[in-house]
Ligand binder design. Structure first.
Ligand SMILES: Cc1cc2nc3c(=O)[nH]c(=O)nc-3n(C[C@H](O)[C@H](O)[C@H](O)COP(=O)(O)OP(=O)(O)OC[C@H]3O[C@@H](n4cnc5c(N)ncnc54)[C@H](O)[C@@H]3O)c2cc1C
Length: 389
């Protein structure tokens, strides 16, 4: 038997649930299919950074719109998800990196973001735990964090309260376009018909795009992460180094969470994101350079995630170029948590209004119409000894 709805969303990560939320809030019929549990993949295991400074220049309108949603979580979904406007300190180790910071700050300021430039003396006064190796930094006070374990399920509950239907443990196995829209088949043998499909299937989304003749060079990886034992709470902002070796934050409970490069390849088929032990050792060494007092901390857990990366390190967001009614949103390259709510809003506007006021031309899937070679340098950054090294 075939049941019908207006929009089917493939994937219950942050992007999918926010699209469902905004569609349902406008009274539209929406069904979300999730092959596992809602919020269990990248959206649930990420670092939780809602970073505004240093983003890709084309991403600012979307990013700022999305931050506006994060800032109103209690009003929108009835849950703060431990959202905390901690600020974000971007750190440079040398003059070349300091120049990069200056360039990033200029772009951020052109989008009305308040960025403070800090020299060594002011870093020491404001953030006394930061080590001497950091010679310059910029501070963005509007940047924030939120708990990834909470945000996607809480948004899903709010979307369901507006009437969105969500089915977990239900993989969309085949999607067929027809004159009347789409037929979506599930692993349980059900068929759903709909007018619109949102492909927000995370690292698995490129396979869906390929079924519609849109082949993109996406691959799955994730930053290795770890968390330390709890230590006295004093590091309020997120701390990030320009070279990517350290992205750290302390939660009020005391634990310090670290994400860092190089990223590690993850396994889409096995649904695994293993972290080689030497990456944790290297991460701890890098963290000790930036915050020396953490040198003797014990790491108590490690993990990573399965995220889709694209060679130009910006996502695909927008209508399919081959199939009317199909919308893609994937390939977030490790930055999708911050923009996820905004992406969901834009997708809902495309479906309800035929357009979105947010400029997203840079993210069209059409940029991959011609093959873009993945450079050796780029690949080596992800490999760095391989997932099992
Ligand atoms: C370790 C790590 C740290 C990160 N840190 C940050 C950070 O600090 N800040 C930031 O902004 N971003 C961060 N990111 C990136 C961010 O987490 C992701 O970009 C974002 O969560 C992507 O959301 P999504 O909804 O597109 O994908 P996902 O959360 O992956 O959700 C996609 C869902 O689709 C489901 N699915 C796939 N195929 C099917 C199918 N055929 N049928 C049904 N369901 C299907 C999957 O099971 C999955 O649940 C990080 C990522 C990782 C891995």
């Amino acid at each position: 038997m075939t049941s019908s709805t207006e929009t089917i969303i493939i994937g219950g990560g942050l992007v999918g649930v926010w699209a469902a939320y905004f569609l349902a809030r406008r009274g539209r019929k929406v069904l979300l299919l999730e092959k596992g549990f809602i919020g269990a993949q990248s959206s649930g295991v990420n670092f939780g950074n809602l970073r505004l400074q240093g983003r890709h220049p084309d991403q600012y309108p979307l990013s700022l719109r999305s931050q506006g949603i994060w800032e109103q979580l209690p009003e929108l979904i009835g849950d703060s998800c431990e959202y905390d406007r901690t600020g974000h300190l971007y750190c440079a180790f040398n003059s070349d990196e300091a120049e990069k910071l200056t360039a990033y700050a200029a772009v951020s300021r052109s989008h009305d973001l308040q960025i403070e430039n800090l020299d060594r003396v002011s870093i020491k006064q404001r953030f006394p735990y930061i080590g001497k190796k950091v010679i310059a930094a910029t501070f963005s006070a509007r940047d924030a964090v939120a708990n990834p374990r909470l945000a996607t399920p809480a948004t899903a509950r709010a979307a369901q309260a507006y009437g969105a239907v969500m089915i977990e443990n239900c993989e969309a196995t085949q999607i067929e376009a027809s004159d009347k829209g789409f037929e979506v088949h599930t692993q349980h043998g059900e068929t759903w018909s709909c007018l619109y499909v949102i492909n927000s299937a995370g690292a698995w989304a490129a396979n869906i795009a390929k079924q519609f003749g849109e082949d993109v060079p996406a691959f799955a990886a994730g930053p290795p992460q770890f968390v330390t034992e709890p230590v006295p709470y004093r590091i309020v902002p997120s701390i990030q180094t320009i070279d990517g070796s350290v992205i750290a934050r302390q939660i009020p409970r005391g634990n310090v969470i670290l994400a860092g490069y190089p990223r590690t390849a993850s396994d889409l088929a096995a649904n695994r994101a293993p972290v080689p032990p030497r990456k944790t050792v290297a991460g701890m060494a890098a963290l000790s350079e930036v915050i020396p007092s953490l040198r003797s901390c014990h790491v108590i857990r490690v993990w990573s995630g399965i995220e889709a990366y694209l060679p130009d390190m910006i996502p695909i967001i927008g209508p399919s170029e081959t199939t009317p009614g199909l919308f893609h949103a994937f390939g977030f390259c490790g930055h999708g948590y911050q923009i996820g709510p905004g992406v969901g809003l834009c997708l809902s506007e495309w479906i309800c209004d035929g357009q979105t006021p947010t400029p997203l031309e840079a993210f069209g899937i059409g940029r991959y119409r011609t093959t873009i070679a993945v450079s050796e340098k780029f690949k080596s950054e992800f490999d760095a000894g391989g997932a099992n090294a």
